[in-house]
Design a protein around this ligand. Structure first.
Ligand code: AMP
Length: 212
């Protein structure tokens, strides 16, 4: 890492609150690096790396991957030249030890807390479909032109194995027990901005830009 501390924005919120969607829009607007620990872990699982093999069982069970593994992965991701210009964290930190490791390494400017009621989350997540190259659809809210096929790439869409109703409940429990204290930690520093995460993605993006 360079001597000048890189600056970053954290997008925090329950699974399915729209962190990934908004991070992509913010990346375009601000030119910051988008670092999604979920995406990095899924890529590691797909490639069958040692990290991927260690993480897979936790991810399949809707549990969190152990802090030491995720922190090491994140430290590598924020030390790239691209991230030195600024970065958006999506899905990290999710636990207090992760927040402490992050605070020791970088300066966080703002934490955007995307708020979506839990009863909307299940429908959002279970209807979510992904393309291998990272485009995200929803069977009802944002369907592809041809069912099951990515508009952009023509690839077959798939459903994440942890996007089932049972897994969603396990992931929301983890959010309550592990991630809410992280939000409180950053509230104590006065850098949390709360954004209503219900509605059209472009409207939500406008709300975020207004508070950044
Ligand atoms: P996501 O795509 O952010 O919903 O993450 C998918 C899964 O990856 C989570 O359910 C966890 O198993 C794992 N994961 C992603 N980010 C983290 C993190 N910061 N700490 C622990 N596990 C994580």
């Amino acid at each position: 890492m360079s001597e000048e501390r890189a600056k970053g924005i954290i997008l925090i919120g329950a699974p399915g609150s729209g962190k990934g969607t908004q991070a992509k829009k913010l990346k375009e607007q601000l030119g910051y690096a988008h670092i999604s620990t979920g995406d990095l872990l899924r890529a590691a699982v797909k490639e069958g790396t040692e990290l991927g093999q260690q993480a897979k069982g936790f991810m399949d069970a809707g549990q969190l991957v152990p802090d030491d593994l995720v922190i090491a992965m994140l430290e590598e991701a924020i030390s790239t030249p691209e991230a030195q210009r600024g970065f958006l964290l999506d899905g990290f930190p999710r636990t207090m030890p992760q927040a402490q490791a992050l605070d020791a390494a970088v300066t966080i400017d703002k934490v955007v807390d995307l708020q979506v009621p839990f009863d909307l989350i299940e429908e959002r997540i279970t209807g979510r479909r992904m393309s291998p190259s990272g485009h995200v659809y929803h069977v009802r809210y944002n369907p592809p032109k041809v069912e099951g096929v990515c508009d952009e790439t023509g690839e077959a869409l798939y459903q994440r194995s942890d996007d089932t109703p049972e897994m969603v409940r396990a992931r929301l429990e983890k959010f309550d027990s592990e991630t809410r204290p992280v939000i409180a930690h950053y509230q104590g520093k006065g850098i949390v901005v709360e954004v209503d995460g219900v509605g059209d993605p472009d409207e939500i993006f406008t709300r975020i830009m207004a508070v950044l």
